[in-house]
Ligand binder design. Structure first.
Ligand code: PLP
Length: 285
């Protein structure tokens, strides 16, 4: 069934949702995106996603065409129109379509805003039970990864390499340390029960799920260290996992074909996943 999308003020069937070939998102990847999860027909941690959207557009001097409050109304209306119970709401804003292809910002052009949804049973995903393998790839991205830009070619190549290797994610490596996953934040639990994830900065995207999981772990007196870690450390760890809006907390059980611990999701990972799902349901809007 064709679902409903939002394009610049109108709700239209997804197959009819179109933007211009001159759109700067298409020509220059001159745009920002966000992905928020939906559970029980409600948005998860959406304030955090909207705050990151506002920051990302600010970093590239792009004015949102609608207020954050209006954007949340559009997200909710789309969830309702599509009867979405569990899944994702994708949102993209670009610098719009000019009359030609000039690199510098166009004047008097309205930004493009599009949204669509996709159904996904995140809570009962089979990989949550089995865990996933990851492969390692060099991090070849630009140096402003804190901006959630639609320029995702490096991640497309990384995740394609993972898919070809039968892995669920690619961990990107820079200067011998893991930056993050192709579309997720990376965590390990050391043998002495310290949760380690890279500190925020321009090297990684500040994950909304990462932020919530760090806070939830600290509230439960778990020691958290925000620092970079190596693959050797990850292979010697008790547990490893990734976080993202589209997977919540997802166990990682091998790296480049080498098992972490017994090659099964760890107890702390399973617990943090439960805690996150509980937080998600309680704070959904
Ligand atoms: N890191 C990268 C590069 C991502 O693309 C994503 C999500 O798409 C994440 C981390 C996780 O962020 P969030 O938890 O906000 O979904």
């Amino acid at each position: 069934m064709d679902s409903i999308a939002y394009v610049n003020g109108s709700f239209v069937p997804l197959s009819e949702a179109k933007v211009s070939v001159l759109d700067r998102g298409f020509l220059f990847a001159d745009g920002i995106y966000e992905v928020a999860a939906v559970l029980d027909g409600k948005l998860i941690d959406n304030a955090s996603h909207l705050a990151r959207l506002a920051r990302s557009v600010g970093e590239i001097s792009l004015a949102l065409p609608e207020s954050l409050a209006r954007i949340e109304e559009i997200q909710k209306e789309l969830v309702t129109r599509n009867n979405l119970v569990s899944g994702l709401v994708y949102l993209e804003v670009t610098r719009g379509a000019d009359t030609g292809r000039d690199f510098a910002f166009p004047k008097g052009v309205k930004p493009t805003l599009i949204l669509f949804t996709s159904a996904k049973d995140i809570v009962n995903a089979p990989s949550a039970k089995t865990g996933i393998g990851v492969i390692t790839v060099p991090d070849i991205r630009w140096t402003r990864r804190d901006i959630k830009s639609v320029a995702l070619l490096a991640q497309v190549l990384a995740k394609q390499a993972a898919a070809e290797a039968g892995a669920g994610e690619a961990w990107m490596i820079e200067d011998g340390k893991v930056t993050e996953g192709g579309s997720s934040s990376a965590f390990i639990l050391t043998q002495d029960d310290v949760l380690v994830t890279r500190q925020n900065g321009s090297e990684i995207l500040p994950g909304c799920t990462r932020k919530a999981v760090v806070a939830l772990a600290e509230e439960r007196q778990l020691r958290v260290e925000e620092r970079a870690f190596t693959i050797e450390e990850a292979l010697a760890a008790k547990e490893a996992f990734i976080t993202s809006a589209s997977s919540f907390v997802q166990a990682v059980v091998s790296i480049d074909g080498k098992k972490i611990a017994n090659g099964k999701p760890g107890a702390m990972t399973d617990r943090l996943r439960e805690i996150y799902v509980d937080f998600a349901r309680k704070t959904a809007v």
